[in-house]
Ligand binder design. Structure first.
Ligand code: MF3
Ligand code: CO
Ligand code: CO
Length: 275
């Protein structure tokens, strides 16, 4: 018996709006992610855009799950060996860095949660490949989503693709149900076995946000109470979307004009269905 909420039509419409706005913050910040900018400046720009242009609230600011201290900034900026929850500050982005910007907005009480990777300056082959494989992992997971599928199906395809490419999957953090609450049931693991865990039903909304490490999967917590790094200091990548389970499959809620296109295996599959 699972406690995963089924969203009402009104909730779903609210989540579509929040999702689009969350994605539009990433569109807005993209041209600013350049060599020489600080993560603190990216946070300041996003925060102003959310509050003054969109009329949204940055969900991370002062967010305080049990056992944590209040998160001090509006967004998360996770550079290179930072897996997630990097706190913006005076860190200057340099040529070859890779950075994840994770944005969660609240609009009319609804949360839109998404993140993208940005390759700064001239990317290394490793950085480019790690980001691309992680993006494919996210989309392989998304493509599993339909009524009757199991959460384990999502984790399984993500883990398979990451490990086939010589990478590892972070275990300590996962995707999550989302709605009027930032993090709710279910936990969406990015590893697992097909046919296990909860069955999906139309109206469920959750994130898929794999954290994939170039090296080993072990993590290290920093003393600031938030920042999570790889233990082996090798880079880590992450992409995130908020997904609705529909009667026939899935709808990505965190989409906007600037959303990167899905991988070819997604667009080819949907063309095969509609052809
Ligand atoms: N946006 C993150 C997620 O995808 C959560 C960040 S919590 C924060 O779940 F407090 F660090 F912002
Ligand atoms: Co999330
Ligand atoms: Co997020």
């Amino acid at each position: 018996m699972s406690n995963i909420s089924i969203k009402s039509p009104a909730d779903i419409e609210g989540m579509r709006i929040a999702g689009r706005l969350g994605s539009e913050v990433l569109d807005y910040i993209t041209p600013f992610v350049k060599v020489g900018v600080t993560t603190g400046e990216l946070d300041r720009l996003c925060h102003e855009y959310m509050v003054n242009v969109q009329g949204t609230i940055p969900a991370p600011l002062n967010y305080c799950p049990p056992g944590y201290t209040p998160y001090p900034k509006a967004i998360c900026t996770s550079v290179n060996d930072v897996i997630c929850h990097g706190i913006p500050g005076d860190k200057v982005l340099k040529d070859g860095d890779m950075v994840n910007l994770d944005i969660t907005v609240i609009k009319d009480g609804y949360h839109g949660d998404n993140s993208r990777m940005f390759l700064v300056g001239k990317p290394s082959i490793l950085a480019k490949r790690l980001s691309e494989v992680t993006y494919e992992c996210m989309w392989l997971g998304i493509a599993q989503v339909k009524p009757g599928a199991h959460l384990g199906d999502i984790g399984h395809v993500i883990q398979q693709h990451a490990e086939k490419n010589g990478y590892s999957v972070v275990r300590e953090f996962c995707g999550h149900g989302i709605g009027k609450v930032f993090h709710e049931e279910p936990q969406v693991l990015h590893y697992g076995r097909p046919g296990t865990l909860e069955r999906l039903e139309a109206g469920m909304i959750f994130t898929i946000e794999p954290m994939i490490n170039a090296g080993r999967r072990e993590i290290k917590e920093m003393g600031d109470g938030w920042t999570i790094k790889t233990k082996d200091k090798k880079p880590s990548a992450q992409w995130e979307h908020t997904i609705l389970v529909t009667e026939t499959g899935y709808e990505v809620l965190t989409v906007s004009a600037g959303s990167p296109p899905p991988p070819a295996f997604i667009t080819e599959a949907s063309q095969a269905v509609t052809a």
